[in-house]
Write a protein that binds this ligand. Structure first.
Ligand code: 5GP
Ligand code: ZN
Length: 116
């Protein structure tokens, strides 16, 4: 299922260009247009899911694959052992701006905790 008005569905279909670094039947990863770390990659399921609140049991495998992609990209980019951050924002309080679930993969610098 895709959403005609969804930016990340359009990136997934190729209608809008992005710097894609991984593409499979279920998952796509591309570099964030406004990076917050030396490496900032967005990892999305190909199927449209608006927010974490919309995730259903049938989506579990696709969501798991986002993390498999994250660890593979972290290894490829060379910061798997050093450490990195993955985060998924949900709705306004967390600052979600694109309503197609996406895992942020940030690496290449140290991160503080708690996050802002
Ligand atoms: P959110 O705030 O929803 O968690 O994250 C959305 C992310 O998408 C932001 O980090 C933002 O920079 C990124 N973004 C927004 N529009 C585009 C775009 O057109 N292309 C790419 N590659 N990233 C985008
Ligand atoms: Zn979408």
């Amino acid at each position: 299922m895709s959403n005609d008005d969804c930016l990340f569905c359009k990136i997934a279909s190729g209608e809008i260009p992005a710097d894609k670094i991984l593409e499979s039947d279920d998952v796509i990863a591309f570099r964030d247009i406004n990076p917050q770390a030396p490496t900032h990659v967005l990892i999305i399921p190909r199927r449209h899911i608006a927010t974490i609140n919309d995730i259903e049991d049938a989506d579990a495998a696709d969501l798991g694959k986002l993390y498999i992609a994250a660890k593979e990209i972290a290894a490829k980019e060379g910061f798997a052992e050093q450490g990195y951050r993955v985060t998924m924002n949900c709705n306004a309080a967390a600052g979600q701006t694109v309503f197609h679930v996406h895992l942020h993969l940030l690496g290449g610098r140290d991160f503080t905790w708690p996050p802002g």
